[in-house]
Design a protein around this ligand. Structure first.
Ligand code: PMP
Length: 434
């Protein structure tokens, strides 16, 4: 069975991995609930929900049943000039969960494509309205995916310097990251001043603002106050700038409400969803647009339409998984489970924050994060790797972002499992710095 590790060594190229220095990958052959299992019977608690995707736990019977039934009924069909029950029903269910103006669901393949589509919609919307706008505004440190448009929007995350010459230019204002016990009032005021200056110069040229609401994930689980995001949105709206919320990470309960923008109290014009959309089991993205934006693409001329689509657009099996996941949110009261996890995070972080090498604790929904003070902080930094290895040896899978350590477990994790992860973490921090 473990021959696959040798096959992997010979033929696989892994994502976000320096293969010259990375350890042999963990070979996982089975998953159930919050646990991943290797071929030797080793078990690992999935504390990053398999790259922020898994919602209700691995191999959940309701999800696997929905997938199997759909695969046997209608596996796939072109989605241009064709529709099917899973896609139409999912679009209606998503719209029912969102504020009324967000009513048109455009399907794509993943988080990056959901962002690409939103950017294309924003640019073409301005053109279709007869007032082209060429600028995009983002918040410093934002990450929106790895395709070229998404990399451009997220250029300030620092992940894409190699590709800088090929990215289109995107403007940024500072992001007032905050944490438990911090007072971000001055940082927020400075950011709003920068925003006002930007709007005074370029407001009329800007097609859209793109934001990861409440939480910047990849740049280090950096939280911002909901009131700040709401204020930014209110100011850009005065210049008729569209608001894109990238909820690829924050969607589907991660921050405690079904969508983070509920906490912000602002509904965007374009909403990007993926990861947890299918319960984190199959790849799919959606960009949800308001009826006003959709209407601007209607007309007698094909050039007014959005000429964008992927082979697997609205794959029925992915849609069936997404529908089953939405049902589980009600049947298993997933948001209540997340509220309980959140309370444990807050309690445990308060203890962990006493540690001399732990700083800037933050907790939001099922996510907890902090900064390690005992090492350099770049992506893939040795300190994070050492901590990952120490945790793995005890049966806990984490993947720090540089010196930022986070837990982002599936909602089915038990209180005991989560608390045991905190116990192990504090032992491992002492171990790696000793
Ligand atoms: N936006 C955000 C906020 C993300 O966190 C990610 C992925 N980490 C993406 C977009 C890109 O999603 P994908 O990896 O599915 O392309």
């Amino acid at each position: 069975m473990s021959d696959f590790l040798e096959l992997d060594r010979q033929n696989v190229w892994h994502p976000y991995t320096q293969s010259a220095t990375a350890p042999t990958p963990l070979g996982i052959v089975r998953a159930s609930g919050s646990w991943l299992y290797d071929s030797d019977g080793g078990a690992y608690l999935d504390l990053l929900a398999s790259w922020w995707t898994n919602v209700h736990g691995h191999a959940h019977p309701a999800i696997t049943r929905a997938i199997a039934e759909q695969a046997a009924t209608l596996d796939h069909v072109i989605f241009a000039d064709v529709t099917h029950p899973p896609a139409a029903t999912l679009a209606a269910r998503l719209a029912a969960h969102l504020a009324p103006p967000l009513s048109r669901v455009f399907f794509s393949d993943n988080g990056s494509t959901a962002v690409e589509v939103a950017l294309k919609m924003a640019f073409q919307y301005a053109i279709n309205c007869g007032r082209p706008r060429s600028r995009i505004l983002a918040l410093e440190g934002a990450y929106h995916g790895d395709t070229f448009g998404a990399m451009s929007a997220g250029h300030s995350s620092g992940f894409f310097t190699t590709f800088a010459p090929w990215l289109f230019s995107v403007d940024t204002i500072p992001y007032p990251a905050t944490w438990i016990g911090d007072n971000p009032t001055e940082k927020e005021a400075a950011s709003l001043t920068a925003l006002d200056a930007y709007l005074a110069r370029h407001g009329g040229e800007c097609a859209a603002l793109i934001v990861e609401p409440l939480l910047q994930g990849a740049s280090g689980m950096r939280t911002a106050r909901a009131s700040f995001i709401a204020e930014v949105c209110e100011r850009v709206r005065r210049d008729d700038i569209l608001i894109i919320f990238d909820e690829v990470l924050t969607g589907f309960g991660r921050t405690g409400t079904l969508f983070a923008h509920e906490r912000v109290g602002t509904s965007p014009d374009l909403l990007c969803l993926s990861k947890g959309l299918t319960a984190g089991v199959l790849p799919m993205g959606v960009t949800v647009a308001t009826e006003r934006i959709f209407s601007a693409f209607r007309g007698q001329d094909i050039s007014r339409a959005l000429l964008h689509g992927h082979s697997f657009t609205a794959n029925p099996i992915c849609c069936a998984a997404a529908l089953a996941s939405l049902r589980l949110f009600e049947e298993e009261q997933t948001l209540d489970r997340i509220a309980k996890l959140s309370a444990i995070h807050t309690e445990e972080l308060a203890i962990l924050a006493q540690h001399p090498h732990v700083a800037q604790p933050r907790a939001l929904g099922s996510i907890a994060a902090f900064k390690l003070l005992c090492g350099r902080g770049e992506y893939g930094a040795p300190i994070g790797r050492r901590l990952r290895d120490a945790m793995l040896a005890r049966g806990f899978l984490i993947r720090p972002l540089g010196d930022v350590v986070y837990f982002l477990p599936p909602a089915c994790i038990t209180s005991e499992e989560l608390r045991s992860a905190y116990r192990a973490l504090s032992v491992c921090i002492d171990e790696i710095r000793g």
